[in-house]
Design a protein around this ligand. Structure first.
Ligand code: GAL
Length: 666
């Protein structure tokens, strides 16, 4: 984020002035200034207007937009328009249209309807990117390149023949020989042995369950295919304008899992994310915090919220509006988790097109509206938080997060189809969030030296290196807690033999000889109280002690949660899914024994998060409850949003309100 040349916290949204007559633009920039907007993303879907026919360009409108923004002191995050190729492109290159799993070819007429492996698409995308880059490389308004938009949102997988050929090239690079591939995929099973690379196709719809490693490699390939498009565009931009940082907006949110962002993040100069609420989630603030912590971890520091909504979206069955104060709480919650910029989709609510019922900073109703008043007030809040920029997290607890493990566990033909990676991760994250415990997310092979506690709620697949890293962390004195059905398979999705949980068996001091997943709605009592659902295993102690055991069901008397000393550290195995209260109590105990403290003790319903600056800490207190709450802070603290010193070492956070205090260190 330090790369971004915008003062303080960036504030703005997607700006699509091409959808409006030019008379409207003057009002746009006047209102942007009124709201304190200092950066907008432009040109995201403007390919058809920028290149009316192949090789013929019209940048006159974009010239005027950038000029107007610059005159008004508003920076531009200029997009390459490659997420929406024009109709003329597809008429010329129908082969570039994607094909779905069932072999159904898709038509153009929306957006992102291209095959990621299409050479014609790549060529056309790089051509318009080059034109744009050379034209605006030195434009004073342009502070960042916004490459494409939400890679893979609609076309993460294409099953066409071109994709099949690209998949084979990817596999050849990975395995070199067919023997190695056959071995990795276990193709002696069901007569799947390949004698020729050309026999290999994407895991298209087929009669029974496709080979798991085939499916997993396909997901890896699909993520890499889009990453290669991103890198190709970035190379073109760098050549023309090496001084301008590049981003692309990630989608670390509940309904998107197509890209392995650990592989993507190092390729971005600024990591940015889009986050939308699920209307049916009664506590979407937890989702915001989780995704924010994950994005900060991907970025290794501050990041940018590229899109969220001021109110309802238009793409869920019923699109809930935000309640009073929610817009402010949401935006500042992202800042609390490390965002140095807050942006929306979009600036002005559209009157036409598929997103005409999506909220915006400037609603259909105009400025005499609650959303507009909230947007202006938020601009003032963000200005008051300028000094927070660049400050980062302080976590001593890490949650292991891995896309390979997520993809592998959610494939068909598992012991249970009820397991959802994100839900499992969130169920462990949630009690920590309620307690105000700072959390980072890490790859299995990450440097863990800064942490006291590492949690792996769900790590079905883990490679040898990752497993050794995690168990080594405990051996050297850390506390490691592992969730059920972890360590089960290796990087090729092959079962680790000799008993479960394979890779972690020894470090956890347990050995499971058989899995007993529970049916939906089924649960069993636990000694010491509480119940367990979703999963159980016949765990045998091999050094560990039982913390709790089943009091009923086929595994009565068998340990459900265990604790073990491994090296100089402690390991825990949660061989089941305890109910939320029991899980919270367990994690509380694990955390307490590990010596991890919350960032601040707060009354129930008040979220606490801390950002650490060079000489001060910034404590964010967000009251999600309906009661006013008091929180103790340092006696020399300053209330940044109120702009005054805190009196008497205590701040009051009114119901639904947010308070941010600066606490000098030392
Ligand atoms: C995002 C997308 C935006 C807009 C928004 C609506 O996925 O990047 O262009 O469509 O959703 O919520």
């Amino acid at each position: 984020m330090s790369a971004l040349n915008v003062p303080g916290i960036a504030y703005g949204g997607d700006y699509n002035p091409e959808q409006w007559p030019e008379e409207v633009w003057a009002e746009d920039v006047r209102l942007m200034r009124e709201a304190g907007v200092n950066m907008v993303s432009v040109g995201i879907f403007s390919w058809a207007l920028l290149e009316p026919s192949e090789g013929v360009y019209d940048f006159s409108r974009m010239d005027r937009i950038l000029e107007l923004l610059h005159e008004n002191g508003i920076a531009a995050d200029l997009a390459t328009p490659t997420a929406a190729p024009p109709a003329w492109f597809f008429r010329k290159h129908p082969d570039a249209l994607p094909v779905d799993k069932d072999g159904r070819g898709l038509s153009y007429g929306s957006r992102q309807t291209f095959c990621p492996s299409s050479p014609a698409y790549r060529e056309a995308a790089l051509r318009i990117t080059g034109e744009l880059a050379r034209r605006y490389a030195d434009h004073p308004a342009v502070v960042m390149w916004h490459i494409h938009n939400e890679y893979g949102c609609h076309n993460a997988e294409c099953y066409c023949d071109e994709s099949a050929a690209a998949f084979r090239r990817w596999l050849r690079a990975r395995y070199v020989t067919l023997d190695a591939l056959n071995d990795a995929w276990g193709t002696t099973f069901w007569s799947q042995w390949y004698y020729d690379w050309d026999e290999i196709i994407p895991p298209r719809a087929t009669g029974a369950v496709p080979n798991p490693t085939h499916q997993l490699d396909w997901r890896r390939f699909c993520s890499d295919a889009l990453l290669s498009l991103y890198k190709a565009e970035r190379a073109v931009l760098r050549e023309a304008a090496p001084q301008i940082p590049a981003t692309t907006n990630f989608m670390v949110m509940y309904n998107f899992d197509a890209l392995d962002y650990w592989r993507w993040a190092p390729e971005l100069d600024v990591v940015s994310n889009d986050h939308y609420l699920r209307s049916t989630d009664p506590e979407s603030e937890i989702d915001i915090a989780l995704s924010g912590d994950l994005v900060r971890s991907l970025a290794g520091g501050p990041w940018l919220l590229m899109e969220h909504s001021t109110g309802a979206v238009n793409w869920q069955p019923v699109n809930r509006a935000k309640t009073a104060g929610e817009l402010r709480r949401n935006a500042l919650a992202h800042v609390a988790r490390g965002a140095d910029g807050i942006a929306y989709f979009q600036w002005r609510a559209a009157k036409a097109g598929a997103e005409q019922w999506h909220s915006a900073m400037l609603p259909h109703a105009g400025t005499d509206s609650q959303i507009w008043r909230d947007v202006v007030a938020l601009g003032a809040d963000l200005k008051a938080l300028a000094e927070v920029r660049g400050s980062t997290g302080t976590a001593q607890t890490a949650i292991v997060w891995d896309w390979d493990a997520r993809w592998a566990m959610e494939m068909p033909s598992q012991p249970s189809s009820e397991l959802r990676y994100l839900e499992l991760a969130r169920s462990w994250y949630e009690p920590l969030w309620r307690e105000g415990v700072a959390v980072d997310f890490v790859r299995p092979d990450a440097d863990l030296s800064q942490y006291r506690l590492v949690l792996a709620p769900s790590l079905y697949l883990v490679d040898d290196e990752g497993a050794a890293n995690l168990t080594g962390f405990a051996e050297r004195g850390g506390t490691l807690a592992v969730g059920f059905h972890s360590g089960a398979v290796d990087a090729n999705c092959h079962v680790r033999l000799g008993g479960y949980p394979g890779a972690f068996r020894e470090a956890l001091g347990v050995r499971t000889d058989e899995l007993f997943p529970l049916l939906p709605g089924e649960s069993h009592g636990l000694s010491g109280g509480g119940t367990a659902s979703l999963w159980s295993e016949r765990v045998h102690l091999a050094g560990a002690e039982a913390v709790t055991s089943y009091t009923e069901g086929p595994l009565t008397g068998i340990p459900a949660v265990t604790r073990h000393t491994h090296g100089t550290g402690t390991t825990w195995y949660l061989a089941t899914h305890p109910d939320p209260t029991t899980l919270a109590a367990l994690l509380d105990r694990i955390r307490g024994e590990a010596g991890v403290e919350p960032v601040r003790a707060t009354p129930e319903g008040v979220e606490a998060a801390l950002r650490r600056g060079p000489d001060a800490d910034y404590l964010f207190l967000i009251n999600h409850g309906d009661q006013s709450a008091e929180v103790e802070v340092r006696s020399d603290a300053t209330d940044l949003l109120a702009g005054k010193p805190v009196e008497g070492g205590t701040v009051t956070v009114a119901a639904g309100d947010v308070v941010v205090v600066r606490e000098p260190r030392g």
